[in-house]
Design a protein around this ligand. Structure first.
Ligand SMILES: C[S@@+](CC[C@H](N)C(=O)[O-])C[C@H]1O[C@@H](n2cnc3c(N)ncnc32)[C@H](O)[C@@H]1O
Length: 249
């Protein structure tokens, strides 16, 4: 598989490339810069350098493998600190992971549930199929993650991965100190996170967006965000109402 039929390669403003999905009608990254966005929202947003400096090994969970940029940037950060990386990602489209490995000459093992690549300083596991199903297997395996990169397509296009029920599931597969980071600053999403038991803080802005979101199970939410959400009519997103949310456009 040398070509991806359902995707277009797009050049972004920092010189890195991303993929535009014809199925979801959306790009995997901001056109302001795929690599810069990944570094800001996920590497910095989840404090990966600080963790890699302190710990011998870290566990990262990514929602959406896409181009593999999240994995590559995390590995390069961990390698700098000689920290072993356990990187798990969810991906509904097998084609993307196979394409990523082919381009880099990486050999992988394959089961019905996941693809896996083992390196000297990392283990990469890409869970196949719908993340809503795969997370049940992660729970069974009792894995606990230090970082969650919440990087699904946007809530309007990929709503099933932004509901309260989804964030509750994520809350059950993390350490007590874990950080969840996402590019979204939507009030509905922040409400869903709060309803699922996460504390919500404002994250850095990137490109034209005004802010992003960081969440933890410990600590407190930003008061400014809580005040804003109380005034906002936006509904929390749930497994029951997400169809309406998508339809409202
Ligand atoms: C925004 S892209 C992720 C970008 C990626 N983190 C990167 O570094 O390139 C979102 C990804 O989520 C995947 N996805 C969408 N719905 C999914 C689902 N229900 N389960 C698992 N993966 C899903 C898409 O196929 C897509 O590759």
């Amino acid at each position: 598989m040398d070509q991806l039929s359902q995707y277009k390669i797009i050049q972004t403003e920092d010189g890195s490339t991303t993929l535009f999905s014809k199925k979801f009608n959306e790009a995997c990254h901001s056109t302001s810069g795929a690599r810069s966005e990944t570094k800001l929202h996920y590497i910095q947003g989840c404090a990966v350098p600080e963790l890699a400096e302190q710990k011998k090994e870290i566990f990262v969970l990514e929602v959406g493998f896409g181009t593999g940029l999240g994995f590559e940037e995390t590995l390069s950060t961990c390698t700098g600190y000689k920290c072993y990386l356990h990187f798990h990602s969810f991906e509904i489209d097998d084609e993307l992971f196979i394409y990523f490995c082919k381009k880099r000459n990486l050999s992988f093992e394959q089961t019905n549930d996941f693809f896996q690549v083992k390196g000297e300083s990392f283990q990469l596991t890409c869970w196949r199929g719908d993340a809503r199903q795969s997370i049940k297997k992660i729970k069974q395996d009792n894995l606990k993650f230090d970082c969650v990169y919440q990087d699904a397509f946007s809530p309007k296009r990929n709503a099933i991965l932004w509901t309260t029920e989804w964030f509750k599931d994520l809350g059950q597969v993390v350490t007590p100190e874990a950080i969840l980071s996402t590019y979204s600053s939507s009030s509905s999403i922040r409400k869903s996170l709060l309803c699922a038991g996460w504390k919500v803080r404002k994250g850095e802005k990137f490109g034209p967006k005004r802010s992003s979101t960081r969440a933890t199970l410990a600590g407190e939410s930003d008061q400014e965000i809580l005040d804003h959400l109380q005034r906002s009519p936006a509904p929390e997103l749930t497994d029951n109402n997400y169809h309406e949310y998508v339809l409202r456009g």
